[in-house]
Design a protein around this ligand. Structure first.
Ligand code: 1YM
Length: 638
């Protein structure tokens, strides 16, 4: 792709690593298990970058037998070892011991970057490791240097001639920094495996020295293979024999695979430079419009018309499973979690690439095309039928259903799904604050008392004998299990508002398990959300800031003036929060951030809930304490 080389002089402005050890959460998001694993992702990202830029094709990750050390290696060019003309230190040492600006724009070459910390990732890992050994094969030699907590403890050593090239990084995370230094082999394996579909030319090996197993995680079948896996997980058959697939290799690479299924859901997964964009963005918009135009053109050309039926874009996408991966040299992301692509040119680029290709594919595969169009017409008819049925139900029973509402529900005035919201709140005292702070036109509050029943493994009739869950189902209005009917839905958003502590996480997990088992459709339709109440209040003179977690607190503190004297207080629970503050930070749609609950993989989510909430209570508690954050954030992708 390019032969430009990074040499020592290209390392921009240098800064030491003290800030990283002082505020680790700012760099890796936290010092819990998630932050710990982040170290691995950072080093792996650097190796993947070397692949994306055309210099490496194999990566090996080893989890060592004590479970607290990892080695990542690639067969790329090897991190440069030449001396920096000004600092008179080897490039390797500067790269690993400073917060340099890794990017080099001097020769007009812009490299792809898989994400992460743009080159400073390896120094952040070094700063947070009690030991790190870098072994480089380059220029015909093997080179090695050892570090402790970000500082070199040896000079760069030339260990002798070596044929071949590559980078190997061994590191032991620092127990002074992390709450735990035990890696989870399954977590690492899953992460590597999901990467391997997008980077199908990359050979990825995982060596688990604890289990004494070596896994070849390569998926040479790439995105089409991934599509088959997603369809199999959705458990609804495809309507065509073969998928539509397309790859563009000139310029910035784009790849898509899609197929319609008999499911009523639409599943679109998009990636930018190998990173999942779960909130979509401009590339996904291009995919959607490209598909819609190709289908409409096909229907027009072949005069497919049904009297009295207009086909909407949603009808066209019903049952669609699609994976889109694009590479963008300078991606712009939007939003707090960077899960949405914002480059405006990408919509037309993707649309203009997919539309003509899909249209010719439809014309060349008339059987498949007719199966797809048949599926779409059916979706439109079903939509019409269910709309009629829904208005019937509304007319009949609106008043009757109101009468069955639980007494402690503080309902809202609006009945429009576009604006109405139901907050599920833990306990009466938090419920009281929420009731006072809410906008009673659009926001309803249902306080849940005490611990929610663990519905995992229980039949629905047992579950509904529990007063709290029964009230919950009545308030939502859809019924549950087999009787679930989305047309009864009384609120557009169901929002879980729990304390940001272990108890709160536990209740959230129980409620999500209940929704997943008995009201799955609610999650699939994107109706379930998590609120993010602040955990800290930071006062600086007359200014007040709110932080949702430790990382956010660190970020705010780091952004203050050098001489500021912040006062930090931690909320014990929502109940003690002033209703005005709750309204301003968590309830008001203008300020709050909600996390939408999504199901990434049915099989994985199912397994996670069995593990989390299955029979053995002692294990369960530990598991929840260790993993709740991950289970919620990763498996459900909220
Ligand atoms: C196991 C981790 O870091 N590989 C790796 C890193 C780099 C290079 C090659 C490299 C890049 C360039 C030129 C260039 C580098 N990363 C950085 C920084 N594997 C791993 N392999 N020659 C070699 O970008 O021009 C500098 S070199 F700073 F981005 F981290």
């Amino acid at each position: 792709m390019s032969t430009a080389t990074y040499t020592a002089k290209d390392i921009g402005v240098l800064e030491g690593l003290e800030p990283v050890r002082k505020r680790p959460s700012m760099y890796i998001g936290g010092v819990d298990a998630k932050g710990l694993h982040h170290l691995v992702w950072e080093i792996v990202d650097n190796a993947v970058d070397e692949y994306l830029n055309g210099f490496a094709d194999a990566i090996t990750v080893t989890l060592h037998k004590n479970g607290d050390a990892v080695t990542v290696s690639d067969n790329g060019r090897g991190i440069p070892v030449d001396l920096h003309p000004k600092y008179k230190r080897p490039a390797l040492e500067l790269i690993l011991t400073t917060l340099h600006s890794g990017a080099k724009f001097g020769d007009g070459e812009v490299y792809f970057h898989s994400g992460g910390l743009h080159g400073v990732g390896s120094s952040v890992v070094n700063a947070l490791s009690r030991k790190l050994i870098a072994t480089i094969h380059r220029d015909g030699f093997e080179w090695q240097q050892t570090f402790r907590r970000g500082k070199p403890v040896t000079e760069l050593e030339k260990r002798g001639p070596f044929r071949g090239h590559g980078t190997t990084i061994y590191f032991e995370p620092d127990p002074d920094i992390f709450k735990t230094t035990q890696f989870d082999s399954k977590w690492i394996r899953e992460h590597l495996e999901s990467m391997s579909y997008i980077h199908s030319g990359l050979k990825i090996t995982f060596k688990d020295e604890i289990a004494k197993e070596t896994y070849d995680l390569t998926h040479a079948g790439g995105i089409p293979e991934f599509l088959q896996r997603l369809i199999a997980e959705g458990q609804k058959p495809a309507v065509t024999e073969t998928p539509f697939t397309l790859v563009r290799n000139n310029g910035e690479k784009m790849e898509v695979a899609l197929q319609w299924t008999e499911s009523t859901d639409e599943v679109i997964r998009s990636y930018v430079n190998g990173i999942r964009t779960s909130a979509g963005g401009t590339h996904e918009a291009g995919l959607k419009s490209g598909i819609a135009k190709a289908i409409r053109n096909y229907m027009e050309t072949h005069e497919v018309k049904v009297k009295g039926l207009t086909i909407t874009a949603e009808d066209i996408r019903e049952g669609l499973v699609a994976i889109l991966s694009v590479f963008v040299r300078e991606p712009m992301f939007q939003g707090q979690t960077k899960e949405k692509l914002n480059n405006p040119e990408m919509t037309a680029a993707v649309d203009g690439w997919i539309r003509p290709a899909l249209e010719s594919w439809l014309n060349a595969n008339r059987t498949a095309a007719d199966q797809i169009v048949g599926r779409i017409v059916l979706a439109a008819k079903a939509r019409l039928a269910s709309r009629e049925a829904a208005s019937e139900v509304k007319r009949k029973s609106a008043t009757q259903r109101r009468l069955n509402l639980p007494g402690k529900l503080a309902d809202c005035k609006s009945t429009s799904l576009d604006e109405s919201e139901l907050f599920l709140v833990e306990g009466d005292s938090a419920g009281g604050s929420a009731k006072q702070g809410r906008n009673n036109k659009t926001q309803a509050v249902l306080p849940l008392r005490g611990k929610i029943l663990n519905a995992e493994g229980l039949a629905l009739n047992k579950v509904l004998a529990n007063a709290e869950l029964n009230d919950l189902v009545s308030a939502i209005g859809t019924g549950a299990g087999e009787k679930f009917d989305i047309n009864g839905l009384r609120y557009g958003k169901i929002i879980l508002l729990m304390d940001a502590d272990a108890d709160g996480h536990h209740i959230t997990t129980l409620l999500l398990a209940f929704f997943f088992r008995h009201m799955t459709e609610l999650i699939r339709k994107g109706r379930v959300y998590l609120a993010q109440p602040p955990l800290y209040r930071i006062d600086v003179g007359k200014e007040t800031y709110w932080a949702r977690d430790d990382a956010h607190k660190e970020e705010i503190l780091a952004g203050l003036r050098a001489n500021a004297k912040p006062e930090v207080s931690r909320f014990k629970g929502l109940g003690e929060m002033d209703p005005k503050v709750l309204a301003e930070t968590t309830l008001d749609p203008r300020n709050r951030t909600l996390l939408q609950v999504q199901i990434d993989s049915y099989l994985e989510t199912d397994k996670t809930f069995v593990e989390l909430l299955g029979k053995d209570p002692s294990q369960r508690y530990r598991f929840i304490m260790d993993k709740a954050a991950r289970a919620v954030a990763e498996e459900l992708d909220v």
